[in-house]
Design a protein around this ligand. Structure first.
Ligand code: DIR
Ligand code: MN
Ligand code: MN
Ligand code: MN
Length: 312
């Protein structure tokens, strides 16, 4: 397996500083070396440099529109380059607004995708339904074909082409969904495994049903968008919007092992790690090392152990 890492030190999709340090703290925890140790060829494309946007006044209620639009355009081009070089793309965020450019670039390079969105939140508000104006809570709305008539024109967003169909999207881990988001999910018939379904079915059935659902017809490349706040805050507290009652470390890792096993993983986002949100060094450490372990699971690490002949 070959992995191409893109750092996206960007925080303007939400109001809390510190999440732009995600790429560097995840690298500092030894991500590259650990992936190499498990048999991956790793190329680090470094951190993207995003342009300063002055006079980025809110558009309606939506905050930092121009900065988010411009950063995601740059990220989209970077993900396209990584895919053209033949790697599985790993985007280290940064906040979850970056999924817009990551998914767009991935789809521009490889075509139709399956999206597995692991998060406490659905991030499917439109610019008009958003209660906060934060774009990290709206990312999916910009890339879903079914919502295009609901998306107003926004500055620096004109490059975006909707590229995902609602039937190709599965959510896992939801437990903090706004009323308007819930309406959208029901209206579009999106497949959702909230924490209730994780409790009811267990994570193993959830992953079986996720794969059955996504791969019943054609097998499309998988885009795994992993918000670290999907995991319980007792394990990953250093994040901007922690929500109690999340996935255990084991459930979180199991999801990555099963996605890896499909052989279809083509791009991963690891977002919302914010070292400034940890109360102690231990809290930051636990959050960052969990992010690294989730990425290791994506690229073949098995908890039973590995030896070189099963490195894939
Ligand atoms: C809320 C919170 N639904 C919003 N969203 C997120 O701002 O739209 N928090 N993503 O992480
Ligand atoms: Mn999110
Ligand atoms: Mn979230
Ligand atoms: Mn372009």
């Amino acid at each position: 397996r070959s992995v191409g890492i893109i750092g996206a030190p960007f925080c303007k999709g939400q109001p809390r500083g510190g999440v732009e340090r995600g790429p560097d703290v995840i690298r500092a925890a030894g991500l590259l070396h650990k992936l190499q140790e498990q048999g991956c060829a790793v190329k680090d494309y470094g951190n993207l440099a995003f342009e300063e946007v002055v006079d980025d006044e809110p558009v309606g209620r939506v905050k930092h529109v121009r900065a988010v639009g411009s950063a995601n355009h740059r990220l989209s081009e970077a993900v396209q380059a990584v895919k053209r070089d033949g790697h599985t793309s790993v985007m280290l965020g940064g906040d979850h607004s970056l999924a817009i450019g990551s998914i767009h670039g991935h789809s521009a390079a490889v075509g139709e995708l399956s999206i597995i969105w692991v998060d406490a939140h659905a991030d499917i508000n439109t610019p008009l339904t958003s209660p906060t104006g934060n774009i990290h809570g709206q990312s999916m709305s910009y890339v879903l074909r079914e919502l295009q008539s609901k998306i107003p024109a926004l500055p620096n967003f004109s490059w975006i082409r909707p590229c995902v169909s609602a039937k190709d999207l599965v959510y896992i881990g939801l437990r903090d969904v706004d009323p308007e988001e819930h309406y959208i999910l029901k209206l579009l018939g999106v497949k959702v495994f909230s924490m209730s379904e994780v409790d009811q079915l267990g994570v193993a059935r959830v992953m079986e049903e996720t794969c059955d659902y996504l791969f019943s017809k054609v097998k499309k490349p998988i885009h795994l968008s992993y918000d670290i706040d999907a995991i319980d805050p007792s394990v990953t507290p250093a994040t901007g919007t922690p929500v109690v009652g999340g996935l255990t470390y084991r459930e979180g890792v199991y999801i990555t092992e099963q996605v890896c096993q499909t052989g279809l993983l083509s791009a991963v986002d690891m977002v919302e790690v914010n070292p400034l949100r940890g109360q102690t060094e231990e809290e930051v450490q636990s959050t960052v090392s969990t992010a690294v372990d989730l990425l290791r699971g994506c690229f073949g690490r098995l908890r039973e152990g590995n030896h070189p002949s099963d490195y894939r």
